[in-house]
Design a binder for this molecule. Structure first.
Ligand code: DOR
Ligand code: ZN
Length: 342
């Protein structure tokens, strides 16, 4: 049974609309805290966890792993409180303005050093959206710039801090993670494995392929595929499935985020099969994330078969519409069973 180490579930009726897709495919998910308002306190995180569990049918055997939202006002004592909560597995840093719900007011992450020291001390992983928040920086250069200005000095300063480089998108990022492993690992989304930046502009502008970090070049995509299918334990599955209503995607200023939870593991299977490394999917999806976070492996299993199906044009989304990745087109792999195991 796989784990999704990076997931956006939103809240209330939206949460109820998207959670079933993840419950069918995954045993656990690391749930992102960029709600409105963001989950900046342990209380808010635990209340949200209860709302997720409230939408989880009895017997679904699903564990939401929770994260705290770091912001300019976070203090070391917030970290020590988190570290006492078994259901909180990390704290997420969104530098100011880098994506949806990134109102952290952290434009210089190194100013949070006392917070990061507390995290290193309590072995609470830092989950990081690794993009330079300077609005003048070219969107295609933001990951590289962040590695240079934040991650390199931070890693040198705090060798005991565990870091997840979330949704890595560049060859440079992949190489940096490899060099820092095992104290660092990276999640890799299925959309960054499936297409490069050309797809956003092919025959017109495609808002449903717009996400942050923005997909990079084909050479970068090849580096991601090589990393994901390499069998190296520092790369593992994290979908970054990020639902937005159609009206917020198909408009003058499209929201960033791609919805992939409806077919996540099936689409990863497609990528792994295309490289001839399907047998490595299991470790990438079910083992390496758990090992990094220190969880036991899931007891259950899922079964996929090669039996193409067509993705719906849209899903219901609390009175609105949600356009999923690959809407209206075929996915070659199909989920057939999910067995909980004992
Ligand atoms: O494209 C994105 N959408 N990237 C993120 O980092 C956040 C996400 C969202 O929450 O919509
Ligand atoms: Zn995300």
């Amino acid at each position: 049974m796989p784990d999704d180490a990076h997931l956006h579930l939103r809240d209330e009726a939206y949460l109820g609309a998207v959670l079933p897709h993840t419950l069918e495919r995954f045993g656990r998910a690391v749930v992102m805290p960029n709600l409105d308002p963001p989950l900046t306190t342990v209380r808010r995180v635990l209340d949200y966890r209860n709302r997720i569990l409230g939408h989880t049918p009895a017997g679904a055997s699903f564990v939401p792993w929770m994260t705290l939202y770091l912001h300019a006002g976070t203090e070391p004592r917030d970290i020590f409180l988190c570290a006492q909560e078994p259901s909180i597995v990390g704290a997420k840093l969104y530098p100011q303005g880098v994506t949806t719900g990134a109102q952290s007011k952290v434009s210089d992450p190194l100013r949070l050093l006392p917070v990061f020291e507390a995290m290193a001390q309590s072995r609470l992983p830092l989950l990081i959206h690794a993009e330079d928040p300077n609005p003048l920086t070219d969107p295609f250069e933001r990951e590289a710039r962040f590695i240079e200005t934040v991650l390199t000095p931070l890693c040198a300063r705090l060798p005991d801090l565990k870091i997840v480089f979330e949704h890595v998108t560049t060859r440079l990022g992949v190489e940096f993670v490899r060099a820092q492993a095992p104290r660092m690992a990276a999640t890799i989304t299925v959309h960054h494995l499936l297409f490069d930046r050309r797809a956003l502009f092919a025959g017109g502008l495609h808002p449903h392929l717009y996400c942050l970090p923005i997909p990079k070049s084909e050479a970068d995509r090849q580096a991601l595929i090589e990393a994901a299918t390499s069998g190296e334990s520092c790369f593992f599955l994290g979908t970054d499935s990020a639902p937005h209503a159609r009206a917020h995607k198909e408009c003058a200023c499209s929201a960033a985020g791609i919805y992939s939870a409806h077919a996540a593991i099936e689409l990863y299977a497609e990528v792994f099969e295309a490289t001839g490394r399907l047998e490595r999917l299991e470790s990438f999806a079910s083992r390496f994330g758990a090992e990094f976070y220190g969880w036991p492996l899931n007891k259950g299993s899922i079964t996929l078969e090669r039996n193409p199906w067509r993705v719906p044009e849209h899903y219901a989304f609390a009175g609105e519409e949600l356009v999923p990745l690959r809407a209206g087109s075929m996915v070659p792999w199909r989920l057939v069973t999910r067995e909980i195991g004992t």
